[in-house]
Structures are given as structure tokens and as C-alpha cells.
Design a protein around this ligand. Structure first.
Ligand code: BEZ
Length: 223
């Protein structure tokens, strides 16, 4: 299944995880979901990423997003590594790890989901997983995917910002500009006529004048 496209139903699968066997679609139920993959257990960048994701787990929960990590080692290895990540995060005794990590020792899932990075090999010469993010909507459709190489860690604050945009634009006919943050003005998409925009956005539409004279740069307060 390489190349899952935006709008495709995300393929269902069963996998061993640190929380037991998970059926993806059952696990997600009617919630949003995020799957983020990692090259290997006990590696430095991955440790910082999984630690940051754990620190932000309440933020994902507030947004109704179920989190799932994936790395190409066994659940037993993941459980050992999680203890390192908890220590790296400086958590207190009794802390509970917040999300499952899929075990994919044979790389079956990473390969099926197009996550492998053929340029980056482990000590045994096997390809490792790239840093892939899939965000899945409550309708099980793929809403966003990003793919970073193993050498570049992700920004999980940016991932939360993207989820805020995805959730806003799922219900309101707006688009979010570069560097948008919740509460900032949003943009009126080009497929909405001036008359319709005035009806849809009673808070007002402000059009920025540009040399072309084409009135396409239209802002409105976030509905
Ligand atoms: C890391 O997580 O630190 C890492 C893993 C594979 C290649 C490069 C870095």
C-alpha cells in the first residue's frame, strides 16, 4: 500500500503494541488519530521525539486525538526503552506512559505503509523507518501526512498547530495562512464568491489590495 493519498480510507491493521494487540480502526473509534513512526529503539533523536510526544499527550487528548507510535523493534524492547524515555523526561515515580508503541520487528507495517527510508540503514544493513506522521480523521480518512528522514527530528508543537487547523477547517469553510495560530484571523478560500463570503462571515471580510488588482487575499476573524 505505498502512497496512501489524502482522503483515502487509512488501511486497517492489527498490530502488537506495548498496550497489547490493537486493531487500528477499533482503537480509533470515532476519534481523530495520529500515527508517528521512528527508526529504531534506543536511538537519540527518537528518544527526544517520543519524550516530547509524551509531554504533550494531554494536549492531544484535549483535541480528541488518539496517539500511536511505531518503531521497528519488539514490544519487549519498546517497554525497556520507555523506561529510558520516562527518565529522560524527568517524570516522577508512578508516572503512566500515555500511548501505545507498535512493534514492527519484521518491518511489515512500515513497508506496507511506505514508511521505510532506503537511504538509512541500521547496524545490520536493514532499512530503518523514516519519521512519518499520519493524521487520520474520525471518518478514518487520511487528513495529513509528513515524512522526515531519520536524521531530522519533528516539531510536535507544529503537529498540534496543524491538528488545530485540520479540525477548524473540517467544520468551517476557511483556510489557515502561514504560521497561523488558533485565534488568529483565517483566510477565505478562493472558491467562495464575495456575496457568499459576506453571508458566511458576518464578522466581516477584509480584502488586501495587491498589484494584480485581483481580490483574492481575504481575511476574516476565526469563526
Ligand atoms: C536517532 O533517532 O537518533 C537516529 C536514528 C537513525 C538514524 C539517525 C538518527
Amino acid at each position: 500500500m505505498p502512497g496512501i493519498l489524502l482522503g483515502d480510507i487509512f488501511p486497517n491493521f492489527e498490530a502488537e503494541t506495548t498496550f497489547g494487540t490493537i486493531n487500528l480502526h477499533d482503537f480509533l473509534g470515532d476519534r481523530w488519530g495520529i500515527i508517528f513512526s521512528h527508526p529504531r529503539d534506543y536511538t537519540p533523536v527518537c528518544t527526544t521525539e517520543l519524550g516530547r510526544a509524551a509531554k504533550l499527550s494531554e494536549e492531544f487528548k484535549k483535541r480528541g486525538v488518539k496517539m500511536i507510535g511505531l518503531s521497528v523493534d519488539s514490544a519487549e524492547d519498546h517497554n525497556g526503552w520507555i523506561q529510558d524515555i520516562i527518565a529522560y523526561n524527568g517524570e516522577e515515580p508512578g508516572y503512566t506512559w500515555p500511548y501505545p508503541i507498535i512493534a514492527d520487528p519484521n518491518r511489515h507495517l512500515a513497508s506496507a505503509l511506505g514508511m521505510l527510508d532506503p537511504e538509512m540503514k541500521d547496524k545490520e544493513g536493514m532499512p530503518v523507518t523514516a519519521r512519518c506522521v499520519f493524521i487520520i480523521g474520525p471518518d478514518k480518512k487520511l487528513k495529513l501526512s509528513i515524512l522526515y528522514p531519520a536524521t531530522t527530528g519533528r516539531n510536535f508543537d507544529e503537529i498540534l498547530r496543524v491538528i488545530d487547523s485540520l479540525q477548524l477547517t473540517a467544520t468551517k469553510r476557511v483556510a489557515t495562512p502561514a504560521d497561523w495560530k488558533p485565534g488568529d484571523h483565517v483566510m477565505v478560500p478562493p472558491n467562495i464568491s464575495e456575496e457568499e463570503a459576506n453571508d458566511l462571515f458576518p464578522a466581516g471580510v477584509c480584502t488586501r489590495q495587491l498589484p494584480s488588482g485581483k481580490n483574492y487575499l481575504r481575511y476574516t476573524p476565526q469563526p
